[in-house]
Write a protein that binds this ligand. Structure first.
Ligand code: ASP
Ligand code: MG
Length: 412
């Protein structure tokens, strides 16, 4: 008789997968089916779909810029509801389960409210649940700082909770259950013949996640890569194999471009006539960094007489604040009439480890965009991606053209 070894499996269910009581029951059954195969199971859940937005909206009604410590107290309650309901649903199906909030597991984070980073996870409470044949149902998105304050990990943070728990437990796999069948070569809502990717490297996934693919929170992929946790992104509505996010494999290099993405709502600021001296870039970016504003593509172009133009992109949502900060704190470097900004931009990108070993990918991208008459504002590249900032209204056209042009379509 062959006895298969018990595995430790972490399953994360997103908001739509736990969006109704019926769906919670459905998840409870799936989770129990996994446990009945002899495995130790952790379930990490998000808030019911729409709930986190509703909670943040309530806070916003009281204060347009709410105190982030209190905001986290409010936002984290969505997951408290789902872990309780999930444990009850597992009981109702005849199983054993215990719910655990962030502070009960002890998911220790720093104190950066609304965007906290996980520092350490105590696995004792989880192991205790396993020892009692219980499923550990853990609230995603939330943690606790060293002073006992409740923190949250940023939007989409339950993915990171799940992968971090999997890393701490040295789990055999981390399954991220969602409402799509996996990671696609492009957003299937934009590109009808987009294809599900079977296997993708952490690095490519990291680029895709940072460049607009919303299926996984970026930090979850960072965790996966750092601790080599295999991540399986799949649908909670069927049993199809999804996409495995894994260490790079030889075959991945043969593919020039793995995926095409677009980010929306980008803005750009140009400071013209900036004195061209060492340290000037830091003087401009420091106050923005201190305000937590993340700038992205940075381009500096020389003009005459020791002066230069500095352009960078940032999220549209931060534009007003960034301009205000620059006008107040960098007036000496850049008087108001020399600060220009533009909104409604999009960054379209092609990503693939194959471009490390193939020439001409950038050229091909520019040719494809040119053929559609799309004007490129800014360009940025890394070893495995090329991004072009374009006018937002052409984003979907660009994504479709690139997806076709690089032969990514299903059946191509
Ligand atoms: N409920 C949180 C959010 O909506 C976290 C998550 O779902 O991953 O962002
Ligand atoms: Mg998500």
């Amino acid at each position: 008789m062959e006895i298969s070894a018990a595995l430790v499996i972490v399953q994360k269910y997103g908001g739509t997968s736990v969006g109704t009581v019926d769906r919670i029951r459905n998840v409870a059954r799936r989770v129990l089916a996994t446990q009945r195969k002899g495995h130790d199971v952790v379930v990490v859940v998000s808030a019911m779909s729409g709930e986190t937005n509703r909670l943040l909206g309530l806070a916003q009604q009281i204060s347009p810029i709410p105190d982030e410590r209190e905001l986290d107290v409010v936002a984290s309650t969505g997951e408290q509801v789902t872990v309780g309901l999930m444990a009850l649903a597992i009981h109702a199906e005849g199983g054993k389960a215990t719910s655990l909030l962030g502070h009960q597991v002890r998911i220790l984070t720093d104190s950066a409210f609304a965007r906290a980073r996980i520092q350490d996870i105590d696995v004792q409470a989880i192991r205790k649940a396993f020892a009692a044949q219980k499923i550990a149902v853990i609230a995603g998105f939330q943690g606790v700082d060293k002073d006992g304050n409740i923190t949250t990990l940023g939007r989409g943070g339950s993915d990171t909770s799940a992968v971090a728990v999997a890393a701490a437990l040295k789990a055999d796999s981390c399954e991220i259950y969602t409402d799509v069948d996996g990671v696609y070569t492009a957003d299937p809502n934009v590109v009808r013949n987009a294809r599900k990717i079977d296997r993708i490297s952490y690095e490519e996934m990291l680029e895709l996640a940072s460049l607009g693919a919303k299926v996984l929170q970026i930090r979850s992929v960072e965790f996966g890569m750092k601790y080599q946790v295999p991540i399986h992104v799949r649908s909670s509505f069927n049993d199809h194999e999804g996409t495995w996010v894994v260490p790079e494999e030889k075959a991945m290099e043969a593919v020039l471009v793995a995926g095409v993405t677009a980010t929306r709502d980008e803005a750009k600021i140009t400071l013209s006539g900036v004195p061209d001296r060492p340290g000037v870039q830091a003087e401009v970016l420091r106050p923005l960094a201190e305000a937590g504003i993340v700038v992205d593509v940075i381009v500096q172009a020389h003009i005459q007489n020791g002066r230069t133009n500095l352009t960078f992109t940032l999220p549209s949502a931060d534009l007003a604040r960034a301009k205000d900060i620059l006008l107040k704190q960098c007036a000496g470097i850049c008087p108001p009439e020399q600060l220009k900004s533009e909104e409604n931009l999009s960054k379209v990108s092609v990503v693939g480890v194959g471009m490390r070993s193939h020439a001409g990918v950038a050229l091909k991208m520019f040719e494809i965009l040119a053929k559609e008459n799309i004007h490129v504002h800014l360009i940025s590249t890394s070893e495995i991606k090329i991004s072009c900032v374009i006018e937002g209204k052409y984003a979907e056209l660009a994504v479709r053209a690139l997806h076709d042009g690089f032969g990514l379509a299903a059946g191509a």
